[in-house]
Design a protein around this ligand. Structure first.
Ligand code: FAD
Ligand code: UDP
Length: 400
């Protein structure tokens, strides 16, 4: 991999077959595939000073591998995505577990058989569990909003408990809105689980952590003679999209452009800003071996932060006498403030605004939007990789 800071005076866009904006999964997957499937020469422009986008990890001062932009756990049901990423890393067999701190008691989330017994006591918890099994079947995922629609008094009791103690306050902290006000697909990511599996992603056949970390995975993916990475470069300084053409340094550019940043930024937000939630992440290194029993504890009834992650619990790294934890505080994103737009806010009005920006670029046939930002989607890593594989399939088919 060839990586340099800044474009330098000698940069000539015309010498590249493709320009990729952003060096996260979306950009890096496309770059690798275009380089190896079509022999295209690719330049990746990344405005941060590092590769790997929001999946970036590095060792902090205590030597602990931390995730700079929030805890990232790999999980997927998509075999093609898994095969593609597995070319660049081995995976540990880490199975992510989350506990909710509910008024001081730690209970598994997704809320499951064990959680029911902790919340309602052994006997009643078991009775309620059998009711859930009779209603939904065993090993079923039931979104809280679906559970709330049931009229049976015992199911109402469970739904009210879980809604109030797992979802309401956490969702208010995370989104500034109640679970009824946000898109149901969001709370549906963490359904009630009618079963004993206490993993956060029950049913994902592929899950784990990259053996040497995410940044190393990206280093391997980008390690190709035809890929050059330029960090500390904001593509907006050289790139403009007009109706029907992409301009680089004021001249029409005929190669492919893969854009993975926020679409509104490309136009100076002139139709209005796309709303996002951002996070303040507060890291602390503590002089103890272990801080909490699992990778992440969600604070669902107390505290201003949503969750605490302890990285060693996820990476399996052994560093005696020290551990680094991180608290996440969610808030509205202010464009132009230097904050990171982490979560698109899935509301009709915002999707409509996104579509207007998307129409603006639709005439430029060599300009392609992909990724969590550029598609304004709530994608996990695997979803982004799948989308990038699809886009690169199309571009490869056009060339062959
Ligand atoms: P990004 O990783 O955001 O990459 C886009 C890149 O484009 C950025 O590096 C940005 O700097 C760059 N860029 C933007 N504009 C420009 C410009 N004008 N010029 C140059 N560069 C530019 N997924 C999971 O599967 N498991 C998890 O456990 C998980 N945890 C998460 C936790 C948090 C707190 C968050 C926010 C996300 C999490 N995700 C998780 C989702 C995951 O981070 C994303 O799906 C994935 O990283 C998105 O990849 P991307 O390439 O689309 O975007
Ligand atoms: N959620 C909640 N309580 C929890 C876990 C999740 O209310 O203990 C809700 C909350 O609205 C959150 C959403 O479910 O934003 C999705 O959770 P997930 O853990 O998937 O969010 P992410 O890891 O993407 O931030």
């Amino acid at each position: 991999m060839n990586i340099q800071s800044g474009l330098g005076a000698g940069f000539n866009a015309e010498s590249y077959d493709a320009l990729v904006v952003g060096c996260g999964y979306a950009g890096s997957v496309c770059a690798r595939r275009l380089a190896e499937a079509c022999g295209m020469k690719v330049a990746i422009l990344e405005r941060r000073d590092h590769i790997a986008g929001n999946a970036y990890d590095y060792e902090d001062e205590a030597g602990i591998l931390i995730h700079k932009y929030g805890p990232h756990i790999y999980h997927t049901t998509n075999e093609r995505v898994n095969q593609f990423l597995s070319r660049f890393t081995e995976w540990t067999d880490y199975q992510h577990k989350v506990l909710a701190n509910i008024h001081g008691t730690l209970m598994p989330v997704p809320f499951n058989h064990t959680s029911l017994k902790l919340a309602f006591g052994e006997e009643k918890g078991e009775r309620l569990y059998q009711k859930l099994v009779a209603t939904f079947g065993e090993n079923k995922k039931v979104p809280i909003m679906e559970l709330r629609e049931k009229n049976d008094p015992e199911l109402v009791e469970v739904a009210d408990y879980v809604f109030e103690n797992v979802f309401l306050h956490y969702t208010m902290k995370q989104w500034g809105q109640t679970p009824d006000q946000i898109d149901p697909s969001i709370t549906g990511r963490v359904p009630v689980f009618v079963g004993d599996d206490d993993r956060y992603f029950p049913g994902a056949p592929f899950q784990g952590m990259p053996g040497e970390g995410y940044t190393k995975l990206f280093e391997h993916m980008l390690d190709h003679d035809l890929i050059n990475v330029f960090v500390d470069v904001d593509a907006r300084d050289i790139l403009k999209v007009t109706s029907g053409a992409v301009l680089v340094n004021g001249k029409p550019y005929s190669g492919e452009v893969i854009y993975t940043g926020p679409l509104d930024e490309l136009f100076g937000l002139d139709l209005g800003a796309l709303p996002y939630r951002t996070l303040d992440m507060v890291f602390e290194t503590l002089d103890v071996d272990k801080f909490q029993p699992v990778g992440t504890v969600n604070y669902t009834t107390s505290e201003d932060f949503t969750r605490i992650t302890e990285f060693k619990n996820m990476t399996g790294q052994v560093v005696p006498g020290k551990t680094t934890i991180m608290k996440e505080y969610s808030k509205a994103y202010t464009p132009g403030s230097g904050e990171t737009p982490y979560y698109a806010i899935l509301e009709d009005e915002n999707t409509e605004l996104y579509k207007k920006y998307r129409e603006r670029v639709s005439g430029a046939l060599n300009f392609h939007c992909v990724g969590r930002l550029a598609e304004y989607r709530y994608y996990d890593m695997d979803g982004v990789v799948a989308s990038a594989l699809d886009l690169s399939d199309e571009l490869i088919a056009q060339r062959n």
